[in-house]
Design a protein around this ligand. Structure first.
Ligand SMILES: Nc1ncnc2c1ncn2[C@@H]1O[C@H](COP(=O)(O)OP(=O)(O)OP(=O)(O)O)[C@@H](O)[C@H]1O
Ligand SMILES: [Mg+2]
Length: 311
């Protein structure tokens, strides 16, 4: 028989609220609540229905850190390309008005539809299929961004149900992975990314200020995803980026600091490599630009770890 903790865990790993799970499996919200508090035993058909949802689950991963220049975009591009190269069907969503992911894949064309068109209402709104574009990498699609997203963010700040917009738009798509590249802030766009995702990766550049604002970020994630301190472990992973030999002391310092927080660090880390930077400038994923170098090895290892990460 399914335990109440197990039901809550599966529901959260699907990125669903109690109400959303209730709707998906045809139960009332009150009933699901009673199952999760242990007031009622969970019937087998609920276990079967939730397991079925899990089998068809789309992994939606937000790449987020409100600190700028820590490797969010580089990780988004290389992780999504790497997953596509291993045969997964992947969508990269550029949620940053700087549009660096779009530019980084050579698809910057603000006159075509962008992510703004799925977040806004009224005549600017379009069907999500109209803003999905193919990239040069087989299996990798993208929803691009543009500076217009700044304006969209301002409009959304006054809108109702504004936190749910991205999540609602992504529903019904069929991908193995959706990777969301977030901009360096914690505004409504990134809250949308957090609401939509079922996993979070926090790139963290090794320096003295790496963990500044980290507490706020974790608090926001916990609040948005209704996670306890223990859950954080399951849903959030830190990836250390731009690690160099010179930074070994700072690396130790950061690792010590992270031990005091209940947050797991990926085993794979990304070394500082000029080719990673150059690949970005040449608008190519690292796997195409320097397939044998450190950058490719590091991102390949991250891709493997992400594929094995089940919650
Ligand atoms: N492993 C690496 N080695 C060398 N340079 C890197 C590496 N990772 C990222 N960079 C470079 O560091 C800079 C910042 O990286 P990136 O744009 O990915 O950060 P970001 O967190 O997305 O920034 P923003 O907050 O502005 O969106 C870029 O110039 C990128 O090419
Ligand atoms: Mg970026």
């Amino acid at each position: 028989m399914m335990k109440k903790e197990e039901l809550a865990r599966i529901r959260k790993s699907l990125g669903l609220t109690q109400k959303e799970l209730a709707e998906k499996i045809g139960y009332s919200f009150e009933t699901i609540k009673r199952y999760e508090t242990g007031e009622r035993t969970i019937p087998d058909r609920v276990e079967i229905a939730t397991n079925k949802l899990r089998e068809n689950k789309m992994e939606i991963i937000a790449i987020i850190n409100q600190k700028g220049g820590v490797g969010k975009t580089t990780t988004s591009i290389n992780l999504s390309s790497g997953l596509a190269i291993t045969g997964k069907k992947v969508l990269l969503v550029d949620m940053d008005p700087q549009a660096n992911s779009s530019k980084g894949l050579g698809l910057f064309d603000p006159d075509k539809g962008t992510v703004s068109n799925i977040l806004l209402r009224g005549k600017e709104r379009t069907n999500i299929q109209e803003v999905i574009r193919k990239t040069e990498i087989e299996g990798l699609d993208i929803i691009t961004s543009s500076v217009k997203l700044e304006k969209t963010e301002q409009i959304l700040t006054g809108a109702t149900f504004r936190e749910q917009l991205l999540k609602q738009s992504l529903q019904g798509l069929k991908y193995d992975y959706i990777i969301i590249d977030c901009g360096p802030r914690l505004g409504i766009l990134n809250i949308n990314a957090l609401v939509a995702c079922n996993k979070v990766i926090v790139p963290c550049k090794i320096d003295r200020y790496s963990l500044e604002g980290f507490g706020d970020l974790i608090e926001t994630i916990m609040e948005v995803k209704e996670l306890s301190g223990e859950d954080i472990n399951e849903y959030v992973r830190i990836v250390l980026t731009m690690v160099s030999k010179k930074s070994s002391q700072s690396l130790k310092w950061v690792q010590n600091q992270l031990e005091t927080i209940n947050c797991r660090v990926m085993k794979s880390f990304i070394r500082q490599a000029e080719t990673v930077n150059q690949a970005h400038m040449e608008t190519k994923p690292i796997f195409m630009f320097d397939p044998k170098g450190n950058g490719s090895q590091d991102y390949e290892s991250l891709v493997d770890e992400v594929v094995k990460w089940q919650n």
